[in-house]
Design a protein around this ligand. Structure first.
Ligand code: BEZ
Length: 211
């Protein structure tokens, strides 16, 4: 059955550019961004992996580990890493899984046969420290991903795990948030000492609580 939000992220043991990865043990108590790409030595993927490597300080700040994957073999990944480092001016600082036997691709439903019979699509999974799947995205091969958007969603998840709020459209760090409908006005007064504005009974805006 296909993975759904809230499911446990399937565990796996597979080879990678940094050695054997035992996934749950490797991620320990971190968040993880697990993302597949269609093939090595392709232009969009090259820019994506370079972008993720350069974002390491932002990933570290949020306790996130990045991990890439394609069905290409390890020697191909290793040769491609040199190209990525040369063309993207960065060191590749996260593993790329070599999923030649498609074990992980099948567990995470990363091969969409009507798009391509054998290659992984551009899937992204955000997995929390309890190994729960918190976001799934699927992009076409022709569109490189926006990794700032993934950081933004992780900011939202980390905030909304701590406070009874949700984040509105296009929210970013520091913007106002909304109070979840399950919280009564009386409780909201206690929980959000900076106050809130009730535009409608179900639409109550409050400053970001941890800012
Ligand atoms: C790319 O990463 O550039 C790419 C991969 C597969 C199809 C099209 C583009």
């Amino acid at each position: 059955m296909a993975l759904r939000l809230g499911d446990e992220a399937p565990d796996f043991v597979q080879e990678s550019t940094v050695g054997t990865i035992d996934f749950h043990k490797w991620k320990e108590n971190s968040w993880a961004v697990l993302f597949s790409h269609p093939a090595d030595f392709t232009p969009v993927c090259t820019t994506e992996l370079g972008t993720v490597a350069k974002l390491k300080p932002e990933f570290d700040k949020r306790n996130i580990k990045a991990i890439g994957l394609s069905v290409d073999p390890l020697d191909s990944h290793r040769a491609w890493v040199s190209d990525i480092e040369e063309t993207q001016n960065t060191k590749l600082n996260f593993p790329i899984v070599a999923d030649g036997d498609r074990k992980v691709s099948m567990l995470y439903d990363m091969i969409h046969p009507e798009a391509n019979a054998t290659l992984t699509v551009r899937s992204v999974f955000i997995i929390d420290p309890n190994n729960k799947v918190r976001l799934m995205l699927t992009y076409p091969a022709s569109a490189g991903r926006n990794f700032q958007e993934l950081l933004r969603v992780i900011d939202s998840l980390q905030l909304t795990d701590r406070y009874k709020v949700a984040t509105p459209a296009d929210w970013k760090q520091g913007d106002d948030v909304v109070i979840v409908p399950a919280v009564s006005d009386a409780d909201a007064k206690q929980m959000f000492p900076k106050g809130f504005k009730a535009i409608k009974p179900y639409l109550r805006i409050t400053p970001q609580p941890d800012k």
